[in-house]
Ligand binder design. Structure first.
Ligand SMILES: [Zn+2]
Length: 638
């Protein structure tokens, strides 16, 4: 007998590994190192295996009768029984397959190291129960979409969805998972929801080891009904998952920015379909692909309760420049900020960029210093000692800027391009207000994040990046300034307008419901006021209709798939050869190539090529052919 396993540590060779289950015999059963007998090995068990020189844990995903045509090692001892059900394993494998990754990568994210490193013996007070058989029911409207502010009937939809599931079957435990874009949103929402439901368990990487282990076993043994988690919580071993809510599905963090490049929405749909359970999407904005994919389901759109108390100002920054105001803050924004300070109200300034400025560039030849790790332009920051430094956005790697006052190639003066959170902060110092900065730098530790709400309470002006959008509503906030909503427009992407539109809606969620006498001011600064998006800023229906039409005409997702293939080589020549092979392959499959980039990564001494393309459902064929080539590559859905 042989066991197919998914190791907790991703293997470089195969997605699923095969190990031999030794037949039970007298000699082997006695020693401590003895392998498991045939009868006791079942799908869903956790076992030990040898991977290279190391011992590793794995999930048994299949038992084979026939010997594979390669040499197999012996399976180690069984550590825990029945952790995953065959259904859970199918879900994980389906998600991994859809996102071109291995089940190991998904499991590694779903089960934090704190739990992976335990011996999986249920040491908590919860008794290990046998799993509920999932009762298959006909569900009408399996997927529902509820759009609107949290200050609208959308919140009621969420509460009713949960209540219906947990009260549906009186004598069996039904579990609802609410998936949040990140742990900040989760914790903020939890504060609201714990008044409504007593039985919520919180599961994310930010909670303590003890709480993680406790939550894991509660979820596994059916000792909790409502689970608040983040994306990979979808792949936990539930007792009886009976419904999923994807909370704020317009939030960018539902799409993973690092490997494995999965997203919550498609993962949730795979599970909802496999398990035949209802799924509710809620958001103040919504994302186009998800809404389009589910256009035949029930979509409800709720009006914000206090929408009439909000004034919108669209500021054309080209006019500001004509009037010789080159500051990133428009005249009206500066005036309103001063007013807000005088009235002891809070101002929120949104800019999706950290640091003093985005990067520096030679005024003559246009050269910019790049990171030796990623090959991307270095960002400009101020460190704790108030010195200007260049920093790589992906690695913490920083270098002093002195060397870079002048271009290394032509000795011309370097110029700062684009403003960031620190730049705006400097600009507002003269107002003498209490300024708080919320970006990955100021709140990068979990402890700091816990104190965030207290800090917000004390501040007059809050400057933040996308991270701030997770905070939710802020009491006494009367002014929001969106510095440059289209700040990604110069990297043209078909999702730019959608992202900007979603961020506008998320930002407005930061206004707390005001007294009826109060007015809220919302300033959007832009260089492109004629954009469709700006015209449709208040109408979701118009925005959606125009966006979906243009994508259909231009053949962008959701009408086609958008995929990136990345490969690397030691020499530029070799990487270019790889590109040619891949481009040739794409041509034969009627794909449209969007961009080809080659980056040098000096640190690793490799060249990385990235090829992005659109394809009309031909990706399976492409992947099949790609796997037959002798090129090492990674693939992701963009
Ligand atoms: Zn130069």
């Amino acid at each position: 007998m042989f066991a197919e396993v998914v190791p907790f540590r991703p293997s470089g060779f195969a997605n699923i590994l095969t190990y031999k289950i030794k037949e039970n015999s007298a000699e082997t059963a006695e020693t401590a190192e003895s392998v498991e007998s045939v009868e006791s090995v079942e799908v869903g068990d956790i076992a030990e295996i040898a991977m290279g020189e190391k011992r590793e844990k794995c999930i048994i995903v299949n038992i084979l009768d026939t010997e594979p045509d390669f040499k197999t090692k012996n399976l180690g001892k069984i550590i825990a029984k029945n952790i995953y059900s065959p259904q859970d394993i199918k879900n994980i494998c389906d998600i991994a397959e859809y996102f071109f990754t291995s089940p190991s990568h998904i499991v590694k994210k779903a089960i934090p190291a704190n739990i992976r490193n335990t011996n999986f013996i249920n040491t908590t007070e919860f008794v290990n129960q046998k799993k509920n058989p999932i009762v298959s029911k006909e569900i009408k409207n399996r997927i529902q979409i509820s759009l609107g502010s949290v200050y609208s009937k959308r919140s009621t939809d969420e509460v009713e969805f949960i209540k219906k599931i947990i009260h549906d079957e009186k004598h069996t435990t039904q579990q609802v998972l609410v998936v949040f874009p990140d742990s900040i949103t989760l914790e903020q929402t939890f504060l609201k929801y714990k008044k409504l439901f007593s039985d919520i368990c919180v599961f994310h990487s930010g909670v303590s080891k003890k709480k993680q282990i406790e939550a894991f076993w509660k979820i596994k043994t059916g000792n909790v009904q409502i689970i608040f988690g983040t994306q990979y919580s979808l792949c936990l071993p539930f007792f009886s998952l009976s419904g999923i809510i994807v909370y704020e599905f317009a939030h960018g963090s539902h799409k993973a920015k690092f490997s494995p490049y999965t997203n919550t929405m498609q993962s949730a749909e795979i599970i909802a379909n496999n398990n035949n359970i209802p799924l509710l999407y809620t958001s103040c904005a919504g994302d186009i692909a998800t809404i389009y994919r589910n256009k035949n389901t029930t979509i409800s759109r709720h009006e914000k309760i206090y929408s009439s108390q909000q004034n919108l100002h669209i500021v054309d920054m080209k006019m500001e420049h004509q009037n010789k105001n080159f500051s990133p803050l428009s005249g009206i924004a500066m005036q309103k900020i001063k007013n807000a300070i005088a009235q002891k109200k809070k101002t929120i300034i949104y800019i999706n960029r950290k640091g003093v400025s985005h990067y520096i560039q030679c005024s003559n030849c246009g050269d910019s210093p790049v990171s030796q790790y990623t090959g991307s332009k270095m960002n400009v920051f101020k460190n704790e000692k108030n010195q200007i430094v260049l920093r790589c956005s992906a690695m913490a790697y920083a270098q002093s800027i002195e060397k870079h006052d002048f271009c290394a190639h032509c000795s011309a003066k370097m110029e700062k391009v684009g403003v960031g959170t620190q730049g705006i902060e400097e600009l507002l110092y003269p107002l003498g207000a209490k300024i708080l900065r919320i970006d990955g730098d100021s709140f990068h530790t979990k402890t700091a994040q816990k104190k965030m709400m207290q800090e917000i309470e004390k501040a007059d002006i809050i400057i933040g990046t996308q991270m701030m959008l997770s905070v939710g509503s802020i009491p006494d906030c009367s002014l929001i300034v969106d510095i440059l909503f289209e700040n990604n427009l110069h990297f043209f992407s078909f999702t730019t307008e959608e992202t900007a539109w979603g961020q506008i809606q998320l930002l407005q969620e930061m206004f707390e419901r005001p007294d009826s006498s109060h007015h809220l001011e919302y300033i959007v600064q832009t260089f492109e006021p004629q954009l469709q998006l700006i015209e449709n800023i208040k109408s979701f229906e118009n925005f959606y209709a125009s966006e979906i039409l243009s994508r259909k005409i231009l053949q962008y997702p959701p009408f086609v798939e958008y995929i990136e293939i990345e490969c690397s080589a030691k020499t530029e020549e070799k990487v270019k050869k790889h590109i040619d092979i891949i481009l040739h392959l794409l041509q034969g499959n009627e794909s449209r190539v969007d961009a080809v980039e080659v980056k040098k990564v000096p640190h690793l001494q490799v060249f990385i090529a990235s090829i992005r393309f659109f394809t009309q459902k031909g990706e399976k064929n492409i992947m099949q052919k790609l796997s037959e080539l002798s090129i090492k590559y990674t693939v992701r859905r963009c």
